[in-house]
Design a protein around this ligand. Sequence first.
Ligand code: SF4
Length: 248
Amino acid sequence: MTALSEKIRISEIFGPTIQGEGMLIGQPTVFVRTGGCDYRCSWCDTLHAVDSAYRHDWLPMEAEVIWNRVLELSGGVPLTVSLSGGNPAIQPLGSLIARGKRDGYRFAIETQGSVARDWFADLDFLVLSPKPPSSGMETDWDILHDCLKAATARPSGGPRIGLKFVIFDDADYAFAKDAAARFPDLPVYLQPGNHTPPPPDDDDARIDIDGIMDRMLWLVDKVTADRWFAATVLPQLHVLLWGNKRGV
Ligand code: SF4
């Protein structure tokens, strides 16, 4: 457990909106986006929460202050809070989760699985998203296993866990199949990659929707031809609706 007074670096808090991807797609949520990431994926679409050039935007905030903002945005009506980034796992989020759960809120996190935290066991949803070859990053599978161990450390309870893969090409697809085979009990979500990260402040950023939908169709064909029926194929709904615009 982290101290209530410990500061968390926050890039943005916004919502309510809907979760645009993965196991909670379409569900109402408030986003708490933390600042900073230990990865530098070639196609990262949240550079404003990753690149140290934006560090001045990341406010160090206490859990109670963050929580008051979530309460304000949600009108005090419990919903799922999505902890995002950057890599939210590098921030001390245990006290925020404990605080929110006292008010009946649920917590979901998505992380690449490069840092294991004991507070993973307090989450309601944990999405582990190992990055494929096109990202230029490499997965440490031992640490990913540590993340699963941390999330399932308690004899009962613990989060619903899923694997999510961003897919651009055959090499990414092969990576996802290999990774999924390592964790046969976990549900798998496949998502066509979005090649066009805009400058972070460009609200009118144009997204290559045709390219994304072409990859979506290609991915559906791959999965069905392979009889990979355990996989769920989903686009990023928020990208289709709003492009890479921030704060929606
Ligand atoms: S892990 Fe996620 S937030 Fe970090 S650089 Fe990669 S895509 Fe961006």
